[in-house]
Design a protein around this ligand. Structure first.
Ligand SMILES: [Fe+2]
Length: 187
């Protein structure tokens, strides 16, 4: 979310003081019968997905506001539809974290530190360039969510896995919608 156009290349979560503190909070009380270790690991991992989801939502608006060109109306509206859906995915993830006794960390500062999505280019882009940039972000988020499904299944948190599966299904659909605007189906 910086003003750089360079892609982030690191796949490892950054671990500075703020993100570490955000991920090591005490769990709140709940009668949910999942083991505490499961809930702690699940909430940490889900907070990583939440950061990427909120980053993606901001990127959708960046595309929605700035797109120009012959396909303006179609892309302007599509990017807003994607934003609305992605914002709902963030709600699903955040509320699951709280159900498990965790704290949903969705502040801009934490999102900027934790998200591993490529930075959205801050430049005058034409329609196809916005399509390329947003499809990159959707594909990166889709990959992260698929990893999240495996993580939740490994933890035997089937409800979180189901929530991420729903989000994965939607993300793949929106990637299709956006990629359908690529000239000849190629980037
Ligand atoms: Fe708008």
């Amino acid at each position: 979310m910086s003003h750089q156009t360079a892609r982030r290349v690191s796949a490892a979560p950054r671990t500075n003081a703020r993100s570490v503190n955000a991920s090591r909070h005490e769990l709140g009380h709940t009668k949910n019968d999942l083991p505490e270790t499961t809930r702690r690991e699940a909430t940490d991992l889900l907070n990583q997905r939440l950061a990427e989801c909120l980053d993606l939502a901001a990127q959708c608006k960046q595309a929605h506001w700035n797109v120009k060109g012959p396909a303006f109306i179609a892309l302007h509206q599509l990017f807003d539809e994607v934003h609305e859906a992605v914002q709902e995915y963030a709600d699903l993830i955040a509320e699951r974290i709280v159900q498990l006794g965790g704290i949903a960390t969705g502040t801009t500062g934490v999102v900027a530190e934790r998200s591993e999505l490529p930075d959205y280019p801050v430049a005058h882009l034409n329609g196809p360039e916005h399509v390329a940039a947003l499809s990159d972000a959707l594909a990166a988020f889709g990959r992260a969510v698929r990893i999240g499904i495996d993580e939740m299944n490994d933890l035997k948190d089937t409800v979180s896995a189901d929530i991420l599966t729903e989000i994965s299904r939607g993300t793949d659909k929106w990637l299709w919608f956006v990629e359908a605007h690529l000239e000849g189906g190629k980037p």
